[in-house]
Design a protein around this ligand. Structure first.
Ligand code: NAD
Length: 357
């Protein structure tokens, strides 16, 4: 019960950065609130074996800022935040640690909602939720939203169809060669939808069991992890790692459309321009993968199915809007999406100022 909260000075443009420690419980974590302009900050908790406290700090800052963009562009009344627990999720996690983390979240009095991310399961979040009501993504309960992955996959699938319509002149996926990189929670669900829609699947993963399943049940062709950028495909759906699109891989990619769930697919912002110059349509990751946070938002706001359905429909509508703006302005889809985030934040700030004037 020896929680120590240290308020650090965040970089410009960020609201709060808190380092939470509980030596008895083995907790060392950062919680970052990038922006609460659109509402309380929301974003998952990642447990990762960071090399240093500095590495954890860098990651939480990057992730929290990304959540502001994702939540704003999805039209959610939520700001952006994130938390990272320093440690090995397999060997360092304990009930005491999760409870200490829950108390740290609770100390923020609802200005930050946490949920699952890499290394944190719904069962872990259930323990966190025993210390604070600001833990979501729970199984069961009146509004528990459970695993967000099926919603993420559905949003990606809908956006991919919008992208196909734009690039190939039809959203009919019959016979389209789609390479899904990463057949995890989101990737496998997406692969099932693509197979059902008649696409020719190409699957890449380091997990043999997932590949076997895709080959057996979804008639997938298997692609070695190091052969992705040498493979002929119409559409690339990255659902594994971030940073896979570099200037080198973008130069080799055979797809005409990129649409997948992985966060931070572009290793650098400039890769958006490399892709655009090659005539490859890139659908910004934080726009297409918003289904999961929409599902979580329905739990935060304690809303019913209709809220989730309406918001889910707006994911594909937003991608259509971004493609149209990209066509009329000649800007990359990434630049358009980033500009849109700024406009939404500015408008929300202005509306608030007007209300309190
Ligand atoms: P997951 O851990 O369930 O799946 C990841 C898959 O990628 C695993 O099958 C893993 O074996 C595979 N993989 C790892 N390294 C690989 C490599 N080098 N090549 C090919 N495959 C590899 O994760 P997930 O929940 O499905 O999320 C996938 C991505 O989508 C992540 O980047 C995540 O941050 C992002 N995302 C997920 C959600 C969600 O709702 N789960 C929401 C938004 C964004």
């Amino acid at each position: 019960m020896s929680l120590i909260l240290t308020e650090e000075t965040p970089p410009a443009g960020y609201e709060r950065l808190i380092f939470a420690e509980d030596p008895e419980a083995g907790l060392a974590a950062y919680i970052c609130l990038h922006s609460t302009v659109c509402g309380p900050a929301a974003g998952g908790c990642r447990m990762w074996n960071y090399d240093s406290r500095e590495a954890a700090r860098t990651d939480v800052l990057r992730l929290a800022k990304g959540m502001t963009a994702k939540n704003a562009v999805a039209g959610l009344d939520l700001g952006g935040g994130k938390s990272v627990i320093i440690g090995n999720a397999k060997s360092d996690k304990s009930e005491a640690l999760l409870r200490a983390f829950g108390r740290a979240v609770h100390s923020l009095k609802g200005s930050y909602y946490t949920a699952e991310d890499v290394g944190i399961s719904p069962a872990d979040m259930q323990i966190v939720a025993e210390e604070t009501p600001y833990a979501v993504g729970l199984d069961g309960g009146d509004h528990g939203s459970g695993d967000p992955s099926p919603f993420t996959a559905e949003g990606v699938f809908q956006c991919l169809k919008v992208g196909a319509d734009e690039v190939f002149g039809s959203d009919d996926l019959t016979g389209r060669r789609v390479l899904v990189q990463g057949l995890g929670h989101v990737g496998m669900s997406l692969a099932e939808k693509l197979h059902a829609a008649g696409a020719k699947l190409i699957a890449s993963d380091i997990n043999e069991a997932a590949l076997d399943r895709a080959q057996r049940d979804l008639d997938a062709e298997i692609c070695a992890t190091d052969a992705v950028f040498e493979t002929e495909m119409d559409i690339f759906a990255p659902c594994a790692l971030g940073g896979i699109l570099t200037s080198e891989t973008a130069a080799k990619l055979t797809a005409k459309l990129v649409c997948g769930a992985a966060n931070n697919q572009l290793a650098e912002t400039s890769v958006a321009e490399d892709l655009r110059a090659r005539g490859i349509r890139y659908l910004p990751d934080y726009v297409v993968n918003a289904g999961g946070i929409i599902s979580v938002a329905s739990e935060i706001h304690k809303t019913g199915e209709s809220y989730r359905t309406a918001r889910m429909a707006s994911v594909a509508a937003r991608i259509r809007e971004i493609l149209d703006l990209s066509n009329t302005t000649g800007k990359s889809t990434t630049e358009v999406a980033d500009n849109l985030v700024e406009v939404i934040l500015d408008q929300t700030k202005a509306a608030y100022q007007e209300m309190i004037a």
